[in-house]
Write a protein that binds this ligand. Structure first.
Ligand code: ADP
Ligand code: GLC
Length: 478
């Protein structure tokens, strides 16, 4: 199959979250299965390299704007970067913190149009067009309305993947004409959403197939609790909605050959893990003597937002710091959570360390050095860090939601095969009880080792997921 993918971020070019990991890995896995994949994304300021290969003209609201398309090929995947400095040569991908760039509607409409414009003139005949999240949401709409008859796309269905339903690409309806879209789309069975327009809704309505990133999340988003107002329309399309669990990039995330670690380790010998623990304690300026190294180390790597359960953690802050454990947090996000963690670290400088910002290498070291990884999400479409943790012998403590529930098996007394501690209710008490249970279990070395090994032996490689995508593409074309 020849696939044209459109997404707003991809490793190693630009990343704010798990979407980038997926776009960096899924196309390569598809290529390994014998498919051909072109990925179109913006040429942000952070994107270096690539060669200009084409120029596209995009017409929106009567004015034409051109963009150079740069290309680079790695592992058989061609990535095409839309170079339009007015839109994409900026410090951030989407804006600062909660302040989105005011022209995001225009920026990502431009991406969608450029991608299809490029595809139409590329000389390739695509079998399927695969868009991701709200930033790619207009692609299915434009494919159906404007590009369906182009020889490159004749009969090609659109597939949309929802990585996070909470981000819906909502904009004032007044944008419609400026995006070159008609007012006829301002209907509840098209783009209209409570008086505004939603790019994600465009993707859902106009795609042949909708996928999301775990089986459980595919069910959850059809319920009012986690449907973010979209549950009705998703129930309506439930026959075309599938959940495919993300994989992880097992080349980049492999404790046996991770260049970020002081010593490699694997299931046959976990000694190298202790070197990472020591390094992490030192890097964060925590106590790192023999006694401190025996104390369990809890790691967190996350966007500091409610989705990830930071309100729950805040609710147990006093009890948390009284636990006999060390904590390291790497993340960025809401200032109130940064302040809280800063205060905790100031009060317990020997046991609690924080680093605010984005640091890929440190993320690897924490995954290796921590004993326990904490991820008490309110909702989690898939989540990647808990899978990295499992692979690194770091026992995850997670809430039973979305992909967390699909990837971590609760450790239960008398039962084998558990890989982590899973708690159900979204409550501070349940979180604290889960943490206590993990810390208690940590004291039993042989049980702990068994849990670690069970996690390390899980197979989360992309091949299986990529096969499911390929099947989904095939089904969409019939
Ligand atoms: P989400 O995409 O919702 O943020 P995921 O678990 O799917 O959650 O993916 C998050 C990705 O971003 C992981 O690869 C994680 O390691 C990485 N990450 C998150 N915050 C940071 C950070 N501050 N520094 C480095 N990597 C981070
Ligand atoms: C989103 C979700 C996360 C998922 C990632 C990649 O950012 O929040 O759970 O793992 O997309 O699909």
């Amino acid at each position: 199959m020849r696939v044209l993918m459109v997404a707003s971020e991809s490793v190693p070019f630009a990343k704010t979250g798990g979407l980038a990991d997926v776009i960096g890995a899924l196309p390569r896995a598809l290529v390994r299965l014998g498919h051909a994949v072109d990925v179109v994304m913006p040429r942000y300021r952070s994107v270096a390299g690539g060669e200009p290969v084409a120029r596209v003209q995009v017409r929106m609201a009567g004015t034409a704007r051109s963009a150079d398309v740069y290309a680079t090929v790695a592992d058989g995947v061609r990535t095409l970067f839309v170079h339009q400095p007015d839109y994409f040569d900026r410090e951030y991908l989407y804006g600062t913190g909660n302040d989105d760039y005011r022209d995001n509607a225009e920026r990502f409409a431009f991406l969608a149009r450029s991608a299809l414009e490029w595809g139409a003139s590329s000389g390739t005949a695509y079998d399927v067009v695969h868009a991701h999240d709200w930033q790619g949401g207009l692609v299915p709409l434009l494919l159906q309305r404007e590009y369906g008859s182009a020889p490159a796309f004749r009969g090609a269905p659109a597939v949309l993947t929802i990585h996070n339903l909470a981000f819906q690409g909502l904009f004032d309806a007044a944008w419609l004409p400026r995006l070159g879209l008609g007012w006829d789309l301002m209907r509840t069975d098209a783009l209209e959403y409570f008086g505004r327009i939603s790019f994600l809704k465009a993707g859902i309505v106009f795609s042949r197939t909708i996928t999301t990133v775990s089986p459980r999340y595919a069910v959850e988003i059809q319920s009012p609790e986690l449907g973010c107002g979209f549950d009705g329309i998703l129930r309506h399309r439930s026959a075309d909605l599938v959940g495919i669990l993300n994989g992880i990039d097992t080349d980049q995330w492999d404790p046996a050959r991770d260049p970020n670690l002081p010593a490699p380790y694997d299931t046959s010998n976990l000694r190298g893990k202790a070197a990472s623990k020591r390094l992490v304690l030192e890097v964060f300026g925590l106590a790192a003597g023999a006694e401190a190294r025996r104390r369990p180390l809890v790691g967190l790597i996350s966007r500091l937002v409610d989705q990830k359960g930071f309100d729950l953690i805040a609710a147990i802050a006093p009890e948390l710091s009284a636990l006999d454990a060390s904590f390291v947090l790497l993340g960025s996000g809401e200032p109130r959570y940064e302040d809280l963690w800063r205060a905790l670290a100031a009060r317990h400088p020997d046991r609690i360390g924080t680093r605010f910002g984005f640091d890929e290498a440190l993320a690897h070291r924490i995954e290796a050095g921590a004993d326990i990884f904490l991820m008490p999400s309110r909702f989690e479409p898939c989540g990647l860090n808990q899978m990295y943790s499992l692979r690194y012998g770091t026992v995850p403590v997670v809430r039973a939601t979305g992909g967390l529930s699909d990837t971590v098996r609760n450790v239960e007394r008398g039962k084998s095969g558990g890989t982590g501690v899973v708690f159900e209710p979204y409550s501070p008490e349940a979180l604290l009880a889960a943490l206590r249970r993990a810390l208690h279990t940590f004291q039993n070395r042989s049980v702990w080792r068994r849990i670690q090994l069970a996690g390390m032996q899980q197979d989360f490689s992309w091949d299986r997921s990529a096969r499911q995508y390929a099947e989904t593409y095939k089904r969409a074309t019939i």
